[in-house]
Design a protein around this ligand. Structure first.
Ligand SMILES: Nc1nc2c(c(=O)[nH]1)N[C@H]1C(S)=C(S)[C@@H](COP(=O)(O)O)O[C@H]1N2
Ligand SMILES: [Mo]
Length: 508
């Protein structure tokens, strides 16, 4: 008689789903979940060219896609273990209880290898085994009993998925409309922060499609399928290597220092020419230079290797770090997990990648070294390229309004030029006033000087209106503070960041 292998297969898949969901119950969406661990493994073995193509081609969809793929892989792997267990059990003519035990054990072992969490392994294996156990006679000739068995096993898998999604759902319901931010912390009403944010809002142009000067939604880029959760109590930052004296600082040692608020823009080297991986926030934290001075950087120290809790590492010149900032608040709230909580580095004027999130160590080096993305072929540790975005186009009657942002790192933007004839003639666009400069956290919120100065590393908004007649090729380019016009040469994001002038055909 033909053994009904399809039913055994269905039970095995259900068992794979049960393990995948069961491990999530214990780990949540963290680097220890089997799916995330698999995703990270896929990233590690992926050829550099494919990785770069994925980042450029899929953009921000690449991470969710990776996680979905790794989820399917996890179901497949644990399903395959269940299937093998079932086969062994049948061939060896074992009791059902023994087969269930074998399947659960195999799955628990594999889950432990992936998660290093005994809890996740136990729950995963137990649910995976139970799924197989309840299937009962899935592989017998008795069709109706077998069908019932398959249904039961699907039931366990569904229940596991339901339970696993209950946690995140409950959190989402709790956070919705509760006045808490994504991290569950109430929004702080610091009067200096409020004043600075209000100033930024007032200076912004109101253009649909282009964000205000402080981004409403700040892009997130990192190598992680799931971000590390770093407990503020356990967090510390080591400063070592070529220094007179190694230092280890806990969070209190950082937050005790005189803090300041800084507006700063970040742009990812993987951002496309007119992409959206560029944003601005008001950050609160402390300058890095005094910390370096306290440790006493050796004269031979040329560079630093900055390391993070997710295993990320970036090497760059110590002079760049000296200008940097350790931020622990963003727009008046605790730094969100996705942006590097509890503390991240902000390095003025450089591509996003050296703005290390979840920072744990600064090692001063005597020789240059290669960081995480540079090992994969990128060149993103240097100064950010100058770029003007065109994110707003509105045609009303015969009048066209275009607008967006321009960013030139610490070189600063002094003008944005717009051409409405494909680049033959140029006009200066209207620019937003520069954002305020660094502000001490203990500044007098009422004093006029509190919103004084100019941010050294922030974008500016631009807008231009023109009478249109038929078809126009709009081209935009930024001009740096010293008069240098943004280079026209076009370049893909990989490996040095996108460059060129943004163009758009507008019909009125
Ligand atoms: N620890 C860590 N820091 C990191 C990364 C990372 O993968 N891990 N990605 C970098 C990259 S490539 C960019 S562009 C910025 C993005 O910061 P954001 O996610 O806060 O926008 O973080 C940088 N810092
Ligand atoms: Mo990046």
């Amino acid at each position: 008689m033909q053994p009904p292998d399809t039913r055994r297969l269905a039970v095995a898949v259900a068992s794979g789903v049960a393990v995948t969901a069961g491990t999530f119950l214990v780990t949540g969406f963290t680097p220890r979940w089997v799916v995330v661990a698999l995703a990270q493994t896929v990233l590690l073995v992926m050829p550099d060219a494919l990785l770069a193509a994925g980042i450029q081609g899929l953009g921000s969809a690449s991470q969710p896609l990776l996680v979905v793929g790794a989820g399917a892989l996890s179901v497949l792997l644990f399903g395959a273990l269940a299937f093998s267990g079932l086969r062994v059990g049948r061939v060896a003519d074992r009791e059902r209880a023994e087969t269930v035990f074998l399947v659960g054990l195999l799955q628990a072992l594999a889950a432990f290898l992936a998660t290093v969490s005994p809890g996740a392994a136990a729950v995963g294996g137990a649910l995976g085994g139970a799924t197989v156990g309840l299937a009962g006679r899935a592989a017998t000739g008795d069709v109706s009993r077998a069908r019932r068995g398959v249904l039961r096993s699907a039931g366990v898998a569904a229940a596991a998925v339901g339970l696993a999604s209950a946690g995140p759902l409950a959190r989402a319901v709790r956070d919705a409309g509760s006045g808490a931010d994504a991290e569950g912390e109430p929004v702080e009403r610091d009067p200096v922060v409020e004043r600075l944010l209000a100033t930024a809002a007032r200076r912004s142009f109101d253009l649909a499609g282009a964000e205000p000067l402080v981004s409403e939604s700040f892009y997130e880029v990192d190598k992680n399928a799931a971000n590390p959760r770093v407990s503020p109590e356990e967090w510390s930052l080591r400063l070592d290597g070529a220094v007179a004296e190694s230092v280890e600082l806990d969070l209190a040692a950082i937050t005790e220092r005189p803090a300041e608020h800084r507006f700063a823009t970040l742009r990812c080297v993987g951002d496309s020419l007119n992409g959206r991986k560029v944003d601005t926030a008001l950050w609160t934290g402390v300058p890095i230079a005094p910390l370096l001075d306290a440790a006493g950087v050796d004269e031979e120290g040329c560079c630093v290797m900055v390391r993070a809790a997710d295993g990320y590492y970036q090497a760059f010149p110590v002079e760049a770090l000296r200008e940097g900032f350790l931020a622990y608040r963003m727009n008046g709230r605790p730094l969100p997990q996705g942006h590097g909580a509890p503390v991240r580095a902000l390095i003025p004027g450089h591509w996003g990648e050296i703005n290390v999130k979840w920072i744990t160590e600064i090692e001063v080096l005597e020789e240059p070294a290669t960081g995480y993305w540079e090992k994969r072929g990128w060149h993103g540790t240097g100064p950010v390229a100058t770029n003007a975005k065109l994110h707003h186009t509105e045609v009303r009657g015969g009048v066209v309004t275009v607008g967006g942002h321009a960013y030139a790192g610490t070189r600063g933007v002094s003008a944005v030029e717009v051409s409405t004839d494909g680049g033959d003639t140029w006009t200066e666009a209207e620019l937003t006033e520069r954002l305020p400069g660094p502000t001490p956290a203990d500044a007098d919120p009422e004093a006029p000087g509190t919103v004084g100065g100019e941010a050294a590393d922030a974008w500016r908004g631009w807008r231009h209106e023109f009478e249109a007649d038929g078809e126009h090729e709009v081209v935009v380019r930024a001009v740096e503070a010293d008069g240098t016009v943004q280079s026209r040469e076009e370049r893909d994001p990989f490996p040095r960041g996108a460059a060129g002038w943004v163009r758009e055909t507008v019909r009125a």
